[in-house]
Design a protein around this ligand. Structure first.
Ligand SMILES: [Zn+2]
Length: 206
């Protein structure tokens, strides 16, 4: 049996496409895996099951948590579920987006604000942060001093709100009320691109 270390965050980048409102773009998505040597949670399931499994390694996957249901975050979630036998978790407000990508299968467990997901001796706390998508969530990990923001907050500002099911006022409200309430030194792991911190983004938007 492998020795259990403290929980850690592992990361890779996966390339593919994002399609919405009849337009398709090339995108690089971050794959985030949090856990210890035995078990982990996968945050978002973008373009390739193989890319995700490379980060997971031999560990047991406890859950596949989707930050929102844009196709570049959920495309391979059902295929990954088949491979690792773990539940897909999604906020139900993103059902209309999910159904644009997956017409024949659903996710398994509804996420809601305040839900806690335990893995590898640490806890992910679900923050419902609608705006980029109605069911967009962030996952705050107080033990590790980090938050996974999906497409709600990037290095440089809020996520896009120009397409269907997005709301610019709502994302601003979510970021100010929920994310900017976190400690300033909290590291922000985003859905695309580089990390930032709550303090850096707060200063930028001030
Ligand atoms: Zn998105």
């Amino acid at each position: 049996m492998a020795a259990r270390g403290p929980a850690r965050v592992d990361h890779a980048v996966s390339s593919g496409t994002f399609t919405l409102d009849g337009e398709t773009f090339e995108v690089d998505n971050n794959i985030w895996v949090i856990g210890d040597d035995e078990e982990c949670v996968v945050i978002d399931a973008p373009h390739s099951v193989a890319d995700i499994l490379e980060v997971v390694g031999q560990r047991t996957v406890k859950a596949i948590v989707c930050t929102h249901a844009h196709d570049d975050h959920v495309r391979v979630a059902p295929a990954l579920r088949e491979t690792v036998v773990a539940p897909i978790m999604l906020h139900p407000a993103d059902k209309p987006l999910w159904e644009l990508t997956h017409t024949d299968v659903l996710w398994d467990v509804d996420l809601a604000d305040g839900v806690r997901i335990e893995v590898g001796g640490t806890t992910l706390e679900v923050l419902h942060t609608p705006g980029h998508a109605p069911g967009a969530v962030c996952l705050y990990v107080p033990d590790l001093g980090c938050v996974f923001t999906g497409d709600t907050l990037f290095q440089g500002g809020p996520g896009a709100t120009g397409r269907s099911y997005s709301d610019a006022d709502l994302i601003a409200q979510s970021i100010r009320a929920r994310l900017f309430a976190l400690p300033e030194e909290t590291v922000v792991h985003t859905g695309h691109g580089a990390d930032t911190t709550i303090g850096a983004e707060k200063a930028r938007l001030a």
